[in-house]
Design a protein around this ligand. Structure first.
Ligand code: 3PG
Length: 425
């Protein structure tokens, strides 16, 4: 597949919609929303620089988080526009909607070499519904689209596929870099290929997990995702977060899905040593548990295998206890498997790393994967993973940090990203 890129088009002096994925976790500090990690903004700077050199008027479009089709004050894009302005040392005008009279007025004022950021597109329910009339409204913002939102490339929204159907488009530099790097890994991963997957919901990852079980030599699971698998195996996970309710909208039974993936993993041939039950899908065997997810909370190390030397037996009942990080035995087992890999894919923290006391699993595994970059191709992706990399000062220590979470996993599991259809030559 050959992408149409910025080198294939002349955008001189055009009014360009720059579709970015500034879906950033904002943090409230003294009543204002701040940006703890600006990786996603920085990743688009080469494209912005190029468009400025071509004297384009740039209209930035993105969504942020999941406001559910209504205005959520804490999900406005003002702090994002401010951060971009600081990074490029240039004003970035911001409007309070993404369609309508305020936007139309701002567009009439926008000159060549200036930037305008529209408001969070997910404040409108029509965005996620991929409503064609709403897409027409959004598309009025430019003469063409430069698509640099790799992290949003797996969604059929009005601001992704919707506008791409209407206006001429090409891929930005970030999109091009992501596709070239990930395509190389997908076509010919050097083996063994090991994935470390964390995060929360299995329902978001069933398709990807099924595909990765076939592609990878082993998948190591952490985070709340592990709890759903353990629950499916009938293990006591106390009050830990897990998905067990039937998800009507997706017609998915999370526990049944977990069982199917486990069964397939057990029948897979693998040459790796140190795998529990010789399964291609590995689950944690010990945890750091607490009754509250807060700094200073009393913790205990819980083993799912009985006693670990030097560690207290698990409590008779885990009733109010939650698994908030993987334990050291799991960490060493995972490091042993990762040490054999020639390709490593990491998506999702393995614990509540933002809270002191539950960061060690994610931190140590992140450091270990970074140290493997000399011998293996190391690829990371996803917003929370990016935040962990920044928190542990590991930026630049991996072969490739993808800005996409869901998009990266979908692509690497061999599924088509819907936006690509509109970005090929
Ligand atoms: C990402 O960060 O991977 C995407 O912005 C997430 O988009 P979603 O809310 O549709 O999962």
């Amino acid at each position: 597949m050959e992408l149409k890129t910025l080198k294939d088009v002349d955008l001189t002096k055009k009014r360009v919609i720059l579709r970015v994925a500034y879906d950033i976790t904002l943090k409230e500090k003294n009543g204002t929303m701040e940006i703890p990690d600006d990786t996603r903004i920085r990743a688009t700077l080469p494209t912005i620089q190029h468009l400025l050199e071509k004297r384009c008027a740039i209209v930035l479009i993105t969504w942020l988080k999941r406001p559910g089709g209504k205005v959520v004050e804490k999900m406005r894009l003002d702090p994002v526009a401010k951060k971009l302005s600081e990074l490029i040392n240039k004003p970035v005008k911001k409007v309070n909607d993404c369609v309508g009279p305020e936007v139309q007025h701002a567009l009439t004022q926008l000159k060549s070499g200036e930037l305008l950021m529209l408001e969070n597109t997910r404040f409108h329910p029509e965005e996620e519904a991929d409503d064609p009339v709403f897409a027409e409204e959004l598309a009025k913002a430019g003469e063409c689209i430069v698509f640099d939102a790799f992290a949003h490339a797996h969604r059929k929204h009005a601001s992704t596929t919707g506008i791409l159907k209407i206006l001429p488009a090409c891929a930005g530099f970030l999109m091009e870099k992501e596709m070239t790097t990930l395509d190389r890994i997908l076509q010919q991963p050097e083996r063994p290929f090991v994935a470390l997957l964390g995060g929360v919901k299995i329902s978001d990852k069933v398709g990807v997990l099924k595909a990765l079980v076939e592609i990878c030599d082993a998948i190591l699971i952490g985070g709340a995702l592990a709890n759903t698998f353990l629950k499916a195996q009938g293990k006591d996970i106390g009050a830990s977060l897990a998905e067990s309710e039937m998800i009507d909208k997706k017609k998915l039974d999370p526990l049944k899905a977990a069982q199917e993936i486990l069964q397939r993993a057990e029948t897979k041939e693998t040459t790796l040593v140190g795998l529990q039950n010789r399964s291609a899908l590995q689950l944690p065997v010990d945890f750091i548990a607490a009754q509250a997810r807060e700094e200073g909370a009393k913790t205990q190390q819980v083993s799912l295998e009985g006693t670990i030397k030097g560690v207290k037996n698990r409590l008779p009942s885990l009733d109010a206890w939650m698994f908030l990080d993987i334990g050291p035995k799991t960490r060493f087992a995972y490091q042993n498997i990762l040490s054999q890999a020639k390709t490593i894919l990491w998506n999702g923290p393995v614990g509540a790393f933002e809270t002191k006391g539950f960061e060690q699993g994610t931190k140590r595994l992140a450091q270990y994967i970074a140290s493997q970059t000399q011998h293996a191709t190391t690829v990371t992706g996803g917003g929370d993973t990016e935040a962990a990399i920044t928190a542990f000062h590991l930026n630049g220590k991996f072969t490739h940090n993808s800005t996409g979470g869901g998009a990266m996993l979908k692509f690497l599991s061999g599924k088509e990203l819907p936006v690509l259809h509109y970005l090929v030559r």
